[in-house]
Design a protein around this ligand. Structure first.
Ligand code: HEC
Length: 125
């Protein structure tokens, strides 16, 4: 009886963790982050500044132009999901990172630089 319960509990825990993994960080963040406007949206200078910052801070893991050829298990960022995400969701990700999957927080960067990176990310095709 106890043994069967243990087996069921282990199976349930396995299913739950499977479900948690199936959700991308973008999906998780959009559930908790409020919508925000990017004050540097569609600004040519910000795209250039963001590209430079992206090369410095993000390329090592996410690959050149966010094509996901950096570190293994790091998602590509030049995707429609990132392009169409609410800027507030991306800002939340840069603020908090992902403790469980080793994406660092970038809260040490000035807000302006974080918005510039987001402007660049959402300009990627
Ligand atoms: C040390 C490696 C590392 C660095 C540096 C890094 N990331 Fe990440 N990033 C990750 C990993 C790993 C994930 C997946 C995290 C998860 O699924 O919980 C991720 C996920 C993301 C996501 C969510 C993508 C999705 O589809 O869910 C965004 C957006 C993102 N990173 C942006 C950035 C930006 C912008 C920078 C630079 C400022 C950056 N990352 C720097 C490792 C990194």
């Amino acid at each position: 009886m106890i043994r069967r319960f243990t087996v069921q509990a282990i199976l349930a825990a396995g299913l739950l963790s499977q479900f948690a993994r199936a959700q991308s960080l973008l999906q998780k963040a959009s559930a908790v982050a409020g919508p925000r406007a990017n004050p540097y949206a569609d600004n040519e200078c910000s795209v250039a500044a963001g590209a430079k910052l992206f090369r410095r801070e993000c390329v090592g893991c996410h690959g050149e132009a966010g094509r996901g050829v950096g570190r293994p298990h790091t998602p590509p960022l030049a995707t429609p999901f990132v392009r169409k995400a609410n800027p507030g969701t991306l800002f939340w990700i840069l603020q908090n990172g992902s403790a469980s999957h080793r994406m660092p927080s970038f809260s040490q960067l000035p807000e302006q630089q974080r918005w510039q990176i987001i402007t660049y990310l959402q300009s990627l095709k």
